[in-house]
Design a protein around this ligand. Structure first.
Ligand SMILES: Cc1ncc(COP(=O)(O)O)c(C=O)c1O
Length: 469
């Protein structure tokens, strides 16, 4: 075995008994650089727009592959600082464009442990404890979605995914395997684009899209559409739409699906965590009537990406994902009692994303999670109040979840678009955009439980200032 040439040392590993000793000084460097980058940025987004960000990043990152390495301290310091300085920071109260959550510090700390141990969820011999934890947590979360009576054969279950997109893909895949390749997806115009892409990817007919002029999938309109269609049908409902945060009438839609013999999938990527809040849980009445439910804890669940789930009412519903690869789950290994994990995802190598979720659930409990959910829903109501109090601003509607659409009264669409871009370029506020009632609106998606009434007021002042320019 060769010894490394002079000047080259073998970098230490993160795992094992001494991994923490190697990590400690590196983490100190990372934490300092995170802090300094955020302080230098001083706002939710780097000022100066794409050109300035790219120039600074190039200076830090190039040469990307030098002949002689800069060493761990220098590489971490320079690149973490550049990443932090150039970040869109969802922890800043004026970063409110997307379902882009500020992760909890405790979840990020847990994710570090997951990275250091690098368990891979495709076989028991790569993740003995993590696989037990995944089974416990996914079943507990599936129980939240499907709380009804069960037997050993009818216990609900869930699989971890990379987010709402993969969960919706899996939902359509499971439905196609159950009902055949002529399965017709039927959804509202407000349905997330991932459903259309999933139908395309899976070779299903193009989804029938029902207009949603009132922002919701109307049960009577759905009934009329289903009556006119033949063959196997899958309706997709949404609990928390991307643009307005509205929740479809889940019970009424489930009634229509039952009467028409259609399967139902509900995309609760956004609204799912209302399950934790006794105050707001009733908004999800009827969620458990769906044959599959998408959840996504990297939205209203304060997890670092990725933390998606797909829940089903019975473990057996996941059977189409079963798969054997001799090196991972040979029959004799499975018969000898080694858990078979390969059928819990379409992926092979897979991060233990469950770990940060497990730590969060245990640390906060139901009450802690409910407090976070309630707090951001309160923030959205307060922002709506503040908009309504300003004659120069128009509110689209009272928020259902944490999305607030507003615009300067009487402004043309191009002024809304230009103000949004000006705020991005200044780095002072990150707002989204949404088209509703055929007009362009600012979209504030409030996921930061630490945002104060003063922060919300300042956000509106920034918009008003930007619009006047
Ligand atoms: C309703 C809805 N479903 C699915 C998704 C996709 O989730 P992800 O980006 O985690 O794949 C989103 C993303 O915003 C969403 O709003």
């Amino acid at each position: 075995m060769r010894t490394p040439p002079p000047g080259i040392t073998l970098p230490p590993l993160a795992g094992g008994e001494h991994g923490s000793d190697a990590l400690r000084p590196l983490l100190a460097t990372v934490l300092d650089a995170l802090h300094d980058g955020a302080a230098e940025r001083g706002g939710p987004l780097p000022a100066g727009g794409p050109g300035r960000v790219a120039g600074r990043l190039r200076t830090a990152a190039e040469p990307v592959l030098p002949d002689t390495g800069a060493g761990p301290g220098e590489a971490l310091r320079t690149l973490v600082h550049a990443l932090s300085l150039g970040a869109a920071d969802p922890a800043h109260p004026h970063c409110a464009a997307h379902l882009h959550t500020p992760p909890l510090a405790l979840a990020v700390a847990a994710d570090l442990a997951a990275s250091a141990l690098n368990q891979s969820m495709d076989s028991w011999d790569q993740a003995p404890a993590a696989s037990v934890l995944e089974a416990l947590v996914t079943r507990a979360l599936a129980d939240e979605v499907y709380p009804g009576p069960r037997t050993a054969d009818t216990a609900p279950d869930a699989v971890l995914t990379t987010g709402g997109t993969e969960s919706n893909q899996l939902a359509l895949l499971l439905a196609r395997e159950r009902h055949g390749p002529t399965l017709q997806v039927v959804c509202g115009a407000h349905t997330h684009h991932s459903v259309h892409r999933a139908a395309w990817l899976l070779g299903l007919p193009r989804p029938v899209t029902i207009p949603t002029p009132a922002g919701l999938l109307d049960p009577a309109a759905l009934d009329a559409v289903l009556t006119a269609l033949r063959g196997p049908l899958l309706v997709v409902a949404t609990a928390g739409t991307t643009d307005t945060g509205r929740i479809d009438p889940l019970t009424a839609l489930a009634d229509v699906c039952d009467a028409q013999g259609a399967a139902l999938h509900t995309d609760a990527s956004y609204g799912g965590p209302l399950l934790f809040s006794p105050t707001h849980r009733p908004l999800l009445d009827g969620l458990d009537r769906a044959h599959s439910v998408t959840l996504d804890l990297h939205k209203l669940g304060w997890q670092p990406i990725a933390a998606g789930l797909l829940a089903v009412p019975r473990t057996g519903d996941l059977a189409p994902l079963a798969h054997t690869a001799d090196y991972l789950n040979a029959d004799d290994d499975t018969e000898a009692g080694l858990p078979d994990l390969l059928g819990r995802s379409l992926r092979t190598t897979r991060r233990p994303d469950v770990f940060k979720i497990a730590v969060t659930l245990k640390a906060l409990g139901r009450a802690g999670l409910a407090a976070l959910v309630d707090r951001v829903l309160d923030s959205a109501r307060l922002l709506a109040d503040l908009v309504e109090d300003r004659p120069g601003l128009e509110l689209y509607e009272r928020p259902t979840l944490t999305t607030v659409l507003f615009r300067p009264a009487g402004a043309p669409d191009h002024a809304v678009a230009a103000t949004r871009r000006a705020l991005l370029t200044e780095g002072t506020a990150v707002l989204g955009r949404a088209r509703a009632d055929d007009r362009l609106w600012f979209k504030a998606t409030l996921l930061n439980p630490h945002a104060t009434p003063g922060d919300l007021d300042t956000l509106l002042r920034l918009v008003e200032g930007g619009t006047r320019r």
